[in-house]
Design a protein around this ligand. Structure first.
Ligand code: SF4
Length: 361
């Protein structure tokens, strides 16, 4: 071991090169259970150790808005999937530790093929990304050979490879409007975002895959109506993947909630809106982890989840123990086949060029 650096390798890290195991006095406490990595609490000692190991590994730590608060607070950057992937691509560090779910780490690898990308627990999947496979998309395409394929960023690299243009929730409407109105569009995988796009573009040749995120779909219109009645005057921040997005627009059209109070936003858009808001109360219809960043952005506002049980179990697999283990072991490393990455990169870059891509989920 190199006693000057604490590494058990004899060579210094260089871009794109994974290094070996690092020593840590906390490492022996890490336990693997069927629910993920446990055994380490987010103490000051843990925080110091995470920063020390990140420096040794030349790593930048990125955390999605849905991560547990202690992971958000230790990360170098917090945001949504696309914003984080862009930060990853521009980062000086040779290693990216992506605290989020697997498709997000894959997107970072697609945009940063020369960097080492780690996810603290590779079992952190996504029910929405899993709702369509590359094989299913290939079959759908064969039934509509002239259609343009538009995929939300919550998709695997293999699905992105078969995609013409990716989109975020911020620019999904702009992406579809950029396509020749005479051509069919295959929109996937989220049916609620697809319904939002059909409504906004008034195109009936947008075919929508019937996928959904089980967390967002569980936030429904009845809950939203109930909360809106209990908190008259509150703003409503709604993620377009939510089952309640349609209800929010309906409530506004019916006058139950002032139309100006209803904001359909990506998670990054919610943070921007909170900073600019003069509201005293805001109802938030998305995964509950979002509340932590909103309260930090605008502590004077009372943010309330529409459904306090809307917690993503995959996002919560990135525990303090999992992050420590990622930095100690240099795992789990995310690999994307170079040919798949090159094709997928084209669809992501076309997304970035259209409208305001904002920041995805
Ligand atoms: S909240 Fe839903 S869309 Fe987001 S990572 Fe979890 S399962 Fe996937």
């Amino acid at each position: 071991m190199n006693t000057a650096t604490g590494l058990n390798t004899t060579t210094a890290p260089r871009p794109g090169t994974a290094i070996g195991r690092l020593d840590s006095p906390l490492a022996s406490r890490i336990r693997r259970t069927e629910h993920g990595y446990t055994g380490v609490e987010a103490t000051d000692e843990w925080a110091d150790e995470i920063r020390r190991l990140a420096d040794l590994r030349d790593a930048v730590i990125l955390a999605h808005n849905y991560q547990v608060p202690e992971i958000q607070d230790i990360a170098h950057h917090v945001g949504d999937s696309l914003a984080l992937s862009r930060i990853a691509a521009g980062a000086e560090q040779s290693t990216i530790v992506f605290c989020g779910v697997h498709f997000m780490a894959e997107t970072a690898k697609i945009l940063s093929p020369d960097k080492t990308v780690l996810i603290p627990d590779e079992a952190a999947g996504c029910s929405l990304a899993d709702s369509i496979t590359a094989e299913q998309l290939a079959e759908w395409k064969s039934e509509h050979p002239d259609a343009v394929v538009v995929s939300y960023v919550n998709t695997t690299a293999a699905v992105k490879e078969l995609t013409d243009i990716c989109c975020t929730s911020s620019n999904a409407v702009d992406v579809v409007e950029s396509i020749d109105p005479a051509r069919e569009v295959l929109f996937l995988p989220d049916q609620f975002l697809g319904a939002h796009v059909r409504r906004k573009t008034r195109r009936d040749n947008v075919l929508v895959w019937a996928g959904e995120c089980h967390v967002h779909a569980a936030i429904n219109g009845d809950q939203l109506e109930d909360q809106a009645r209990r908190h008259p005057g509150a703003d409503l921040y709604v993620h377009p993947e939510c089952g309640c997005a349609t209800s929010a627009l309906y409530l506004a059209e019916e006058g139950a909630v002032p139309a100006d109070n209803v904001k359909i936003l990506s998670t990054g858009g919610m943070v921007d809106a909170a900073r600019a808001s003069g509201a005293s109360q805001v109802l938030v219809a998305t995964e509950v982890g979002m509340i932590h960043q909103l309260r930090k952005a605008a502590p004077e506002i009372d943010f309330m989840p529409v459904n306090a049980d809307a917690s993503c179990p995959y996002m919560k697999m990135i525990t303090p123990a999992a992050l420590l283990r990622a930095l100690v072991e240099g795992a789990d490393e995310v690999h994307v086949d170079p040919a798949t990455a090159a094709a997928a990169r084209g669809s992501v870059e076309r997304m970035i060029a259209i409208g305001n891509p904002g920041s995805g989920e």
